[in-house]
Design a protein around this ligand. Structure first.
Ligand code: RUQ
Ligand code: CUA
Length: 674
C-alpha cells in the first residue's frame, strides 16, 4: 500500500488510541486529528498518493546549472550525527559535513593530536553528541556570516564554527546543565549565545534521591559572552531557575533587544513518565529574561561564585592546534535576589518553539499539545510588568497574567505546532508535527492564509534569515523526521529529509525533496556572498606556527628521544619527504608530524599507515597535523596519500621499517637517491 498523508494520520490516531495510558488530552487530540485527516485529504491526489502536482517550473527553480553557484548557503544541524551539514539552496546539493562534536575519520577530526583536545570534557574524551540547532552570528539583528554556533545536547556543550575555514574553532562545556537544548540562540549583535537546560538536575548537592526532584533539582540558563573580535566564548553568568525543562529560545530584537525568551515544559515538575505527568497542566511557561538587568546585577556583585569543572577547547589556526583549558567557577544569579530580571508568561501547552518576529514585538510559543498558537506582545508584557498584573510567582519569579501579555491566538492552526519562522512580508510559518504540514498566517490579523503538507512529520522549518530582523523570504526549508516512501528504500533506516518550498507568492509551492545527514532539527541560511567571499583558500606556510611544522622539504627529519620517534614529514605533489624510513622498533611511539607544503587551493593530501589503530588524516595546504602510531609487529609498513591529488597520486607512498623490541636500529631516512 502506498504511504500517504491520509493513512499516516490514521496510523497516528490508532497509535494514540491504543496507548495503554491515555493522557487527559487524548480525546481532544483524536478529535483534532480526525479534523486534520479531513483537512489533509484535500491536499493529496484523488488516488490518495501524496505526490502533489508540482508547478510546471518547479524543476527550473531548483536547477542550478553545472558550474554555477547556489544563491544561499544553508546550515542544517546533523542531529544525532553531532555534525553540521552545508547545503546549497535552491539546489539542495550537499557541500560539506563539518565535524563538530563527533569524530570524523574522513577528516581525521578527533583522531589527530591537534584535534583531540577539542572533544575533551569534564567527563573525559567524548567522540559524539546530539546537535539540534545552528545559529549564525549576527550584527544589528541580521546574520553577518562570521561564525555559526551549534549546540551539543547530550553532554552540554556549545560550539563555534569559523565560516572562513568551515571548521570548528571552539567548544565550551556548559556547567550546571544537562541537555543543552535551548541553545545556541544569539542576541542581536551576538553579545551572548544562550544555553538552557532541558533536563533539570541536582545542582547544589550532587547525589540525591531522584524522588526529591522538586526540592533538590534546578534548571539553569547560561549566558555565554562572545568576544566581538575573536569570537571567544566564556560563560558570563548563569541564572538558577525552578526544575522545569527548558526547551527552546530566541532573543528579542529592536524594542525587545534587552530580553531573551525561553519556552519551558514540565512545569508539573515530574521526574517520571513525563509523557503523562508533564502533560497535566493546560499551560506551561515562556520565561522572559532581561539580560541587561542581569548584567547590572552581575556588576553589583549579585552573582555568587559557584564551583564547577568544565572544559574550554579552542583551535588555533596559526599553530593548527587545539588546546583545552579547565575552568573552575561560574557566576550564578538567583532570581530571588534579582527583582525585575526574570518573569514567566503562561503558554499553552508544553511549548517547543519560542520565536520572535522580525519587528521584535511578537513572541510566539509553539505548544506541542496546544490547539491554538499564542502570540504574545512585547509591549503588553512590559505594561503588564509595570502594572504588576501577576498571577502569583513560582520560586520568586512573577507569573504575568496570560491575557495581559497576549496579543491573540491563531485559531485552528493544525495539530502539534512546533516552530515558527518569518518572511519579509508580515507572515509567520509554523510547522505542525502531528498534522504534518506548514501553516502560513498573518502575524497581526492572526489568520491562517495558507497551508502545505510536509512529507512527513515536520520538526523545524527555516527561511534564510527567518529568525533575524531581515528574513530573505524567498524559500522555506522544511525538515522532516520521517520519509517513509519518499526515497528509494535503504533497509530499516531511511533517510531524513528536507523539503524546499517557494514562498515568494501568496501560496507555498513545493519545489523539491532532498535527503539530509543525521536527523535535521534546526537550520540557518544566508545569501552565499556573505560567506563565500571570505573563504580561506590555503594556510600560508611562512605563517605556520605549529611547533613541529617544517617550512620546506630540507627540514624533513626523523628524531629519536627515548621511546619516542618524531617523523617530520613533508608532502608536495606527488611524494613524501622522506619516503623511506628506518630505525623504529616495536615499543616505540611514533609521531608523524606531517606538513602539506602546497600553497595551492584545493590540494589537500591525506596520510595513512597500514595497521595504524587510527583514522587517516587530511592536511590542508600549509597545515601541519600529527598522528600517533605504536607498531606492534616488526616488519615493513607502507604509508600513502589518501586524497587523489595528482596524476601520480598512486605513486605518493612510502615505507617505514619496524625492527624488534630490544634492538638498537640506526635512524635512517631518505627520498630518491638518499
Ligand atoms: S528541536 S525538532 Cu525542535 Cu531539538 Cu528537534
Ligand atoms: Cu597527495 Cu594523493
Amino acid at each position: 500500500m502506498k504511504f500517504n498523508v491520509k493513512n499516516f494520520s490514521k496510523q497516528m490516531v490508532s497509535k494514540i488510541s491504543s496507548s495503554s495510558i491515555l493522557p487527559p488530552i487524548t480525546a481532544g487530540l483524536i478529535l483534532a486529528i480526525m479534523f486534520s485527516i479531513i483537512l489533509l485529504a484535500g491536499c493529496g491526489k484523488k488516488d490518495g498518493s501524496t505526490t502533489l502536482s508540482l508547478s510546471e517550473d518547479a524543476a527550473s527553480k531548483v536547477y542550478v546549472p553545472p558550474g554555477k553557484h547556489d544563491e544561499f548557503y544553508s546550515f542544517i544541524s546533523g542531529g544525532f550525527s553531532g555534525q553540521l551539514a552545508i547545503y546549497g539552496l535552491p539546489s539542495g546539493r550537499l557541500f560539506r559535513v563539518i565535524p563538530v562534536f563527533s569524530v570524523d575519520p574522513e577528516k581525521g577530526w578527533g583522531y589527530t593530536e591537534e584535534t583531540k583536545p577539542m572533544l575533551m570534557t569534564s567527563h573525559g574524551f567524548i567522540p559524539w553528541d546530539d546537535s539540534h540547532h545552528s545559529e549564525l552570528s549576527m550584527t544589528n539583528g541580521v546574520p553577518d556570516g562570521r561564525w555559526i554556533f551549534l549546540n551539543g545536547n547530550n553532554t552540554p556543550r556549545l560550539a563555534r564554527i569559523d565560516l572562513k575555514t568551515f571548521r570548528t574553532a571552539e567548544i565550551l562545556e556548559i556547567p550546571n546543565s544537562a541537555g543543552n537544548h535551548s541553545s545556541p540562540f544569539t542576541t542581536e549583535n551576538s553579545e551572548y549565545v544562550v544555553c538552557g537546560t532541558r533536563f533539570s538536575i541536582p545542582i547544589n548537592e550532587l547525589d540525591v534521591p531522584i524522588d526529591s526532584y522538586k526540592e533538590t533539582f534546578n534548571g539553569t540558563v547560561s549566558f555565554v559572552k562572545i568576544d566581538p573580535q575573536s569570537g571567544n566564548m566564556s560563560v558570563a553568568f548563569q541564572i538558577m531557575s525552578p526544575p522545569f525543562d527548558y526547551d527552546l529560545s530566541h532573543a528579542g530584537k529592536g524594542p525587545s533587544h534587552d530580553w531573551f525568551f525561553f519556552s519551558c515544559y514540565n512545569t508539573e515538575q515530574a521526574h517520571t513518565l513525563l509523557e503523562v505527568n508533564a502533560s497535566q497542566k493546560d499551560k506551561d511557561f515562556i520565561m522572559a529574561v532581561n539580560w541587561k538587568k542581569a548584567e547590572e546585577y552581575i556588576a553589583q556583585g549579585k552573582g555568587k561564585d559557584k564551583e564547577a569543572e568544565y572544559y574550554h577547547n579552542t583551535y588555533d589556526e596559526a599553530s593548527h592546534t587545539g588546546k583545552s583549558e579547565i575552568l573552575k567557577t561560574v557566576k550564578m544569579l538567583d532570581p530571588k535576589d534579582c527583582p525585575g530580571m526574570v518573569y514567566y508568561i503562561p503558554c499553552p501547552k508544553s511549548p517547543h518553539g519560542c520565536d520572535v518576529d522580525p519587528s521584535g514585538e511578537y513572541i510566539i510559543g509553539g505548544g506541542k499539545l496546544a490547539t491554538v498558537i499564542p502570540v504574545f506582545s512585547y509591549s503588553k508584557m512590559i505594561k503588564a510588568i509595570e502594572n504588576k498584573e501577576f498571577d502569583g510567582d513560582v520560586g520568586g519569579i512573577p507569573v504575568i497574567k496570560y491575557e495581559a501579555a497576549l496579543h491573540g491566538e491563531v485559531q485552528k492552526p493544525g495539530l502539534g505546532p512546533l516552530h515558527t519562522e518569518f518572511d519579509d512580508k508580515g507572515f509567520a510559518y509554523t510547522s505542525m508535527f502531528v498534522s504534518s504540514e506548514v501553516v502560513k498566517w498573518d502575524i497581526k490579523k492572526l489568520e491562517v492564509v495558507d497551508r502545505a503538507p510536509s512529507f512527513y512529520s515536520v520538526g523545524h522549518i527555516m527561511i534564510p534569515g527567518g529568525d533575524s530582523k531581515q528574513p530573505y523570504g524567498k524559500y522555506l526549508v522544511v525538515m522532516n523526521k520521517i520519509t517513509k516512501d519518499r526515497f528509494l528504500p535503504t533497509g530499516p533506516e531511511l533517510t531524513q529529509s528536507a523539503q524546499l518550498y517557494d514562498i515568494s507568492g501568496d501560496k507555498m509551492k513545493l519545489l523539491s525533496d532532498f535527503p539530509t545527514i543525521g536527523e535535521p532539527h534546526y537550520a540557518q541560511g544566508c545569501p552565499a556572498d556573505l560567506i563565500s567571499k571570505n573563504s580561506v583558500k590555503i594556510f600560508k606556510i611562512d605563517e605556520n606556527k605549529h611547533p613541529h611544522a617544517i617550512k620546506s622539504v630540507n627540514d624533513a627529519k626523523v628524531v629519536r628521544n627515548g621511546n619516542e620517534v618524531r617523523v617530520y614529514l613533508g608532502m608536495i605533489r606527488s611524494h613524501f619527504t622522506p619516503d623511506v624510513i628506518e630505525g623504529v622498533k616495536v615499543g616505540d611511539k611514533v609521531y608523524f608530524h606531517v606538513t602539506n607544503l602546497e600553497q595551492d587551493w584545493d590540494i589537500p593530501h591525506g596520510f595513512a599507515v597500514k595497521g595504524m589503530n587510527n583514522s587517516e588524516m587530511l592536511i590542508m595546504p600549509g597545515e601541519t597535523q600529527t598522528i600517533v602510531w605504536e607498531p606492534k609487529v616488526a616488519t615493513v609498513y607502507p604509508f600513502y596519500c589518501t586524497d587523489f591529488c595528482s596524476a601520480l597520486h598512486q605513486e605518493m607512498q612510502g615505507y617505514i621499517r619496524v625492527q624488534p623490541a630490544g634492538s638498537n636500529p640506526e635512524i635512517k631516512y631518505y627520498l630518491g637517491n638518499k
